[in-house]
Design a protein around this ligand. Structure first.
Ligand SMILES: [Zn+2]
Length: 238
């Protein structure tokens, strides 16, 4: 973990089978981002085995609608957290839209009966919006490709350190995840990678696997280079 003004700014607090098993095996990574004034979660887990968020957290930013990231939103809303996502994702959350979430085509990944519980209170955060946590700022970056309505978040700390809280856009080693879903768009993924590369992040806090504190831009460059060479970057191993 990194310290800035004596506080841990970003910390992995949840996650499943593809990384440190902190909560249920079906959960994507859940981070807490903590400033001097407030703290938020990034992603909500699958909601199959809901977890208790840190007590100082007042909101959850959902990167995209896939169940392992969004399924826990309704349970967190019941605990009083504000739920925020890209408008397309927020609409899917309000409806519990399992088609839009890709769940109807990926049920084999989850236990029988797993569902995207509707979260009627889901609100919206749009590209370029900033959330000032006190001493660190999150900026929403629209990054489609892995899924429509996908947001990544640029984290800029008081000392200028820049990180990408990436959802499922890109993983350490420049790895990606492409799924057989109608809103998985490799061309958009390449454009999104170019966009976040211009932000020059050092840390990469992805939706699965271990947090990476340095070297993010070099890894994202590798992924872009793989597309430029006419191929695709290596896949995240499941
Ligand atoms: Zn995903």
């Amino acid at each position: 973990v990194f310290l800035s003004w004596g506080v841990v700014v970003i910390e992995l607090v949840g996650g499943g089978a593809l990384g440190p098993l902190l909560t249920s095996e079906w959960d994507g990574n859940v981070y807490v981002v903590r400033g001097t004034r407030r703290a938020v979660l990034v992603d909500a887990g699958a909601g199959i085995a809901p977890f208790a968020p840190p007590p100082d957290v007042d909101a959850v930013l959902v990167t995209h609608l896939h169940l392992d990231h969004a399924g826990g939103a309704a349970a967190l809303a019941r605990r009083g957290l504000e739920v925020l996502a890209h408008p397309w994702t927020a609409a899917g959350l309000r409806e519990g839209d399992e088609e839009r979430a890709g769940l109807t085509r990926s049920r084999e990944l989850y236990p029988a009966g797993a569902r995207l519980e509707p979260c009627p209170a889901a609100g919206e955060v749009t590209d370029g919006e900033t959330i000032d946590l006190g001493g660190c700022i999150l900026t929403a970056i629209e990054t489609p490709g892995h899924a429509d309505g996908h947001l990544s978040f640029l984290l800029v700390e008081a000392d200028g350190r820049r990180s990408l809280v990436a959802g499922d856009l890109v993983f350490p080693g420049g790895r990606i995840v492409l799924q057989d879903l109608p809103d998985c768009r490799p061309d958009a993924l390449e454009a999104s990678l170019r966009r976040v590369l211009r932000l020059r992040p050092a840390g990469l806090y992805a939706g699965h696997g271990e947090p990476q504190h340095e070297g993010a831009s070099a890894d994202i460059e590798d992924a872009v280079a793989a597309f430029e060479a006419g191929g695709v970057p290596p896949r995240l191993e499941k």
